[in-house]
Design a protein around this ligand. Structure first.
Ligand SMILES: [Zn+2]
Length: 307
């Protein structure tokens, strides 16, 4: 270990890195044509482990397009309870439950959402198997994420960020995007020395809420944002006309997802004209590195002593 001129500890050796691939299985809205798919994404580490970000009702078809099935899913993160984000979980649950060669997938969600997921979405189909009354933990290794905390998968740190997607009368329906920190134990100076993005912000479904989200846009190197493109507004998604009013430095790192094609419009040209990084396409990949500071000799000794 050594310190820089500001007295901050910097890594003495080159950081350890592992690659992570983010693939968009689908990029459409709930009403988009089938070929766009539903906005679900897959993170794959270099050991081949897969973390699915949302598991919509079309998920098995989208996974099959990439030669994947239920047995290939090691973990799932669920953002909220609309069927294009959660409707494939029953399929995943039964397919892994009845396959003796497959372990339970880990299931990550905000702790309040986890409870509602069972009571409001999954219980009807999954509660009963022959001669047994089941609950969510029979199918998944449930990892409830308490509000304002994070979970780790690989080297990366995932922090659910509550968004305003839909109001249920006077209350906000639970919906959580993700701030993903790819170099969680690195300070600002060390981050600047790393190649590629170190933080990505994935909104999942959200309304246009710049006052709530601008801080997250600012610290992220890449932003994947919900974007409604239809002329008739649902008022529960961020509309492209509103997103176009964001600062240029935010838009140029913002990729748009959860959209519908606009008839007779070249979507690439439109994104370019408005200053966005682009509209995501199904199958689009992002190669990301995740970093961990190498353990110092003293820390290695502590680990060995503890082992
Ligand atoms: Zn939704």
């Amino acid at each position: 270990m050594s310190t820089n001129q500001d007295g901050e500890i910097v890594a003495a050796k080159a950081p350890e890195s592992k690659s992570l691939k983010l693939r968009f299985l689908g990029t459409g809205s709930a009403f988009a044509p089938l070929e766009l798919g539903q906005t679900n994404a897959l993170l794959t580490d270099n050991a081949g482990r897969n973390l699915l970000i949302d598991c919509g009702s079309d998920c098995r078809h989208m996974l099959a397009n990439h030669g994947l099935g239920a047995k290939d899913i090691d973990a799932v993160y669920i953002s909220h309870l609309h069927a294009d984000h959660v409707g494939g979980l029953e399929w995943l649950a039964f397919n892994t439950y009845f396959n003796p060669n497959v372990g339970k997938p880990a299931l990550y969600a905000n702790h309040r959402l986890m409870h509602q997921m069972w009571e409001k979405s999954l219980r009807g189909g999954l509660e009963s198997v022959q001669n047994k009354v089941c609950n969510l933990t029979d199918y998944f290794d449930c990892r409830s994420v308490v509000s304002n905390t994070s979970f780790f998968w690989g080297h990366a740190k995932f922090s659910p960020v509550q968004t305003v997607h839909v109001m249920n009368g006077l209350e906000i329906v639970h919906s959580y995007g993700l701030m993903v920190d790819l170099a969680p134990d690195f300070n600002a100076n060390e981050r600047n020395s790393l190649k590629g993005p170190t933080r990505i912000f994935y909104t999942a479904d959200t309304q246009f809420a710049p006052k709530q989200l601008l801080d997250f846009y600012s610290v992220a190197d890449l932003v994947f944002h919900d974007c409604e493109t239809t002329p008739f507004r649902s008022n529960v998604h961020a509309h492209i006309d509103d997103l176009a009013t964001l600062p240029d430095d935010v838009k140029k790192k913002m990729f748009l997802m959860h959209y519908s094609p606009i008839p007779d419009e070249d979507m690439d040209q439109l994104a370019n004209k408005l200053g966005f990084a682009g509209f995501l396409r199904p199958g689009e990949d992002f190669d990301l590195n995740t970093y961990r500071r190498p353990l110092s000799n003293e820390m290695l000794e502590v680990v060995e002593a503890a082992g």
